[in-house]
Design a protein around this ligand. Structure first.
Ligand code: PMP
Length: 368
C-alpha cells in the first residue's frame, strides 16, 4: 500500500471517543447553577487558596519534580510511606499512566459497564483492548468481572464509589475480586469519591494496597478538596508500581501551585468535615425530594445522584436536560455511559439545590 501523505495515528487512537466534559454555561443570561461535574459547592480550603496564590510570586523556576511537599503531606495524613505515593495532573493522568505502563498492544483492560469513561480511553490509548463486564442493579458485579478475566487481562479498573451511578462495592466484595485475580493482574481502585462514603461496610481499599503486590488506589483533590482547576491526583501503590509510573510520567507533571495547594488542603480536616456534613444532609434530601416527584433515584453514596426519567416525549432525560438548562440548572447527560434515560446531578450549594428542585418540579408538572 502507498504511504499516507500525512501522519496517521494508529487505529487504536481513532477508535477513541473523546471525553466530553459536562456543560458549564446556560443560555439567556440566567444565573448558572453548575451541577454537572461533581465539584464541591464549598470550594477549596482557604489555606489551599493562600498557598496557591503564594506560588505566583515565583513563576520562573520549575516546580519540584518529585512533589515532595505534597507526597509528604498525604503520607502523614493517611499514615503511608511517601515512597509509595505518586502524584499526577488529576487522577485522570494516573489512570492513563497505569494503562501505558502495564498494557502491551492487544492486552486487555477490564472494567464494568457503567464505569468511569477514562478507563476505556486510557486502555485504547495504550494500544490495549477494553473489555466490559455487565453490572447488576447499576452496581459493579464482581462475578461478571471475574468471568471476563483472560490470559490477556493485565489491568482491572473499578471506581468505588462509581461515577455516574453513585453505587459502591462493600469491602468484602473488593477483597473477593482481588482474591480471584491472578497476581500479575493489576487492580486499580479509583477512590475519587471515597471521602464522601458513610457506610460501615465500605473501605477505600487502602488496607488492600498495603498488603498486596498488585493493587493501586487512586485519589483526587478535585472533589472533596475543591481543587479541580489545579489538576491534582495521587495514588498509593506497591513500590514496584510506583517505580514504573515514575519512569514514564512527565518530569514536572504537577505545577507549583498544585503541589502547595494540595499540601495545604489535605491538612485542613475541618474543611473536609464540613464538605462531608453538607453532602450528607443534601444527598439524603435531594434523593427524597426527587423521589417524591415520582422519579427513580439510584441510591448514591457519593456527591451526586443519578435520576431516571420515563421514556416518553416531553418527559425524557433529554427534555428535562433542555428544560433545566434553559433555567440555568446545568446537569449531566450520561448517554455516553449507556444511560440515555438518566441525568446525573451534583449535590450543590443550598441555593443551587433549591434551584434544581424548583426547576425539576416545574418540569414534572409540565410547565412547558
Ligand atoms: N475517577 C472518577 C470515578 C471520576 O469521576 C473522576 C472525575 N470525573 C476522576 C477519576 C478524575 O478526576 P481528576 O482527574 O480530576 O482527579
Amino acid at each position: 500500500a502507498p504511504l499516507p501523505n500525512r501522519p496517521v495515528p494508529r487505529p487504536g487512537v481513532t477508535a477513541i471517543e473523546a471525553y466530553v466534559p459536562g456543560k458549564s454555561g446556560a443560555p439567556g443570561g440566567h444565573k448558572v447553577y453548575k451541577l454537572s461535574s461533581n465539584e464541591t459547592p464549598l470550594g477549596p480550603s482557604p489555606a489551599a487558596i493562600a498557598a496557591a496564590r503564594a506560588t505566583l510570586d515565583d513563576l520562573a523556576l520549575y516546580p519540584d519534580g518529585n512533589a515532595a511537599a505534597l507526597r509528604t503531606a498525604i503520607a502523614e495524613r493517611y499514615g503511608l510511606d511517601p515512597a509509595r505515593i505518586v502524584c499526577g495532573a488529576g487522577s485522570d493522568e494516573l489512570l492513563s499512566l497505569l494503562a501505558y505502563a502495564y498494557l502491551a498492544p492487544g492486552d486487555e483492560g477490564l472494567f464494568s459497564e457503567h464505569g468511569f469513561l477514562v478507563y476505556r480511553i486510557a486502555i485504547l490509548a495504550a494500544g490495549g483492548v477494553p473489555v466490559v463486564a455487565p453490572e447488576r442493579d447499576l452496581t459493579t458485579d464482581v462475578d461478571a468481572l471475574i468471568a471476563r478475566v483472560t490470559e490477556r487481562t493485565k489491568i482491572v479498573y473499578i471506581a468505588n464509589p462509581n461515577n455516574p451511578t453513585g453505587t459502591y462495592l462493600p469491602f468484602d466484595e473488593v477483597r473477593r475480586l482481588h482474591a480471584a485475580l491472578p497476581p500479575h493482574v493489576l487492580l486499580v481502585l479509583d477512590g475519587a469519591y471515597a471521602e464522601y462514603v458513610r457506610r460501615n461496610d465500605y473501605g477505600s481499599g487502602l488496607d488492600l494496597v498495603l498488603e498486596a503486590d498488585n493493587v493501586v488506589m487512586t485519589r483526587t483533590f478535585s472533589k472533596i478538596h475543591g481543587l479541580a482547576a489545579l489538576r491534582i491526583g495521587w495514588m498509593v501503590a506497591p513500590a514496584h508500581v510506583a517505580d514504573a509510573i515514575n519512569r514514564i510520567r512527565g518530569p514536572f507533571n504537577l505545577s507549583a501551585a498544585a503541589i502547595r495547594a494540595g499540601a495545604a488542603a489535605i491538612q485542613d480536616d475541618v474543611h473536609v468535615a464540613s464538605a462531608v456534613a453538607h453532602n450528607d444532609a443534601w444527598l439524603a434530601r435531594l434523593t427524597e425530594e426527587v423521589r417524591a416527584l415520582g422519579l427513580t433515584v439510584t441510591p448514591s453514596v457519593a456527591n451526586f445522584i443519578l435520576v431516571h426519567f420515563p421514556d416518553a416525549p416531553g418527559r425524557s432525560a433529554a427534555a428535562a436536560d433542555a428544560f433545566l438548562s434553559a433555567r440555568g440548572v446545568i446537569t449531566r447527560r450520561v448517554v455516553s455511559y449507556g444511560l440515555p434515560a438518566c441525568l446525573r446531578v451534583t449535590v450543590g450549594s443550598a441555593e443551587a439545590n433549591a434551584a434544581f428542585l424548583d426547576a425539576l418540579r416545574a418540569f414534572v408538572r409540565g410547565d412547558h
